[in-house]
Design a protein around this ligand. Structure first.
Ligand SMILES: [Zn+2]
Length: 313
């Protein structure tokens, strides 16, 4: 790795941590473990919560979708998520995560971490938003913002779409809501978004690195190999900064040791591990270009995700 002292807004080759929280179990069990780890290492991070019903069990229908079965085998979904979670919305009613675990969410903010909206109903958004109407999107988005305000007593300032799924209407809603930024997709660098014929007014800060679950089981990699690969990739374009997405259900539980190893490696290299708001604050927003969001494939993940293409305007 090239020795460099280049700094972006006072940060040293920053890595922003984006923690997606999908389930009640992940909120209650994975989140406190991650908070403990991040506090112990003195690093920042942003937690994106699923605020409404946990209908994870309905995601089982994805088993019938091409590509998902291989992922289930590779990543031991039942082991990570737990049998009970996989029944929510199928054989058991989906518990409301915001109502049942709002105290955990508030404790994350109280510990100094940034909090934002992941979704209201993860399965519903992930499976429905790509083809949804403006009215559907507004209703679901409003449910999430209302539930966030209910839990935290203040409006959300950022959004990270469930399953990296959005549509053009989402950009309108984020602009209306006056969000500071959103992290809805995958791509190499922050950009001002355009999707279809909608020009968004809310900065997009995409996830730049692959997730552990996209790497495990590919090319013979185990969880330690996945951590090594993320570290290797994070050294490319390091000065510009990276965004790494983890899940409370994975890195907060069975993959916690490998995640800690990765964090320690970043700190040993002197890198700033921060919340997205700190990374966003370090950017010279006037110099950021437009980029087009399209739905595209990402290695190791089934279906199509929001990915950013080249500047268009
Ligand atoms: Zn998620």
């Amino acid at each position: 790795m090239a020795a460099t002292s280049a700094r972006v807004g006072g940060l040293n080759r920053p890595v922003a941590l984006k923690v997606d929280v999908d389930t009640l179990r992940g909120t209650r069990e994975g989140v406190p473990r991650l908070v403990e780890l991040l506090c112990r290492l003195g690093v920042g991070g942003t937690f994106y919560f699923s605020l409404g019903p946990d209908h994870t069990g309905r995601a089982l229908k994805r088993v019938f979708r091409r590509g998902f079965l291989g992922k289930v085998r590779r990543t031991n979904v039942a082991g990570h998520y737990g049998f009970r979670t996989l029944m929510y919305g199928v054989l058991l009613p989906g518990p409301n995560i915001g109502r049942r675990a709002g105290d955990v969410m508030r404790s994350v903010r109280a510990a100094g971490f940034e909090v934002g909206i992941h979704c209201y109903d993860h399965v519903r958004w992930q499976d429905g938003v790509a083809q949804a109407s403006a009215a559907w999107t507004r209703r679901e988005y409003q449910r999430a913002t209302d539930a966030f305000a209910q839990v935290f007593g203040e409006p959300a300032r950022s959004h990270a779409a469930a399953g990296w799924q959005i549509n053009p209407h989402t950009l309108v809603l984020q602009t209306e809501a006056g969000l500071r930024y959103a992290s809805d997709g995958r791509g190499p660098r922050p950009f001002w978004p355009v999707m279809s014929d909608v020009i968004g007014g809310c900065l997009q800060i995409p996830t730049t690195l692959p997730t552990f679950d996209e790497l495990i089981g590919v090319e013979g990699r185990d969880a330690d190999g996945a951590a090594d690969e993320v570290l290797r990739l994070s050294r490319i374009d390091a000065d510009a900064g990276h965004v790494f997405t983890l899940h409370a259900e994975l890195e907060g539980q069975q993959l916690l040791p490998q995640f800690e190893k990765l964090l320690r490696a970043w700190l040993a290299e002197g890198r700033s591990v921060v919340a997205l708001r700190d990374y966003a604050g370090s950017l010279d927003q006037a110099s950021i270009g437009r980029g087009r969001i399209v739905m595209g494939e990402v290695p190791g993940r089934s279906g199509l995700l929001a990915v950013s293409g080249q500047a268009t305007l």
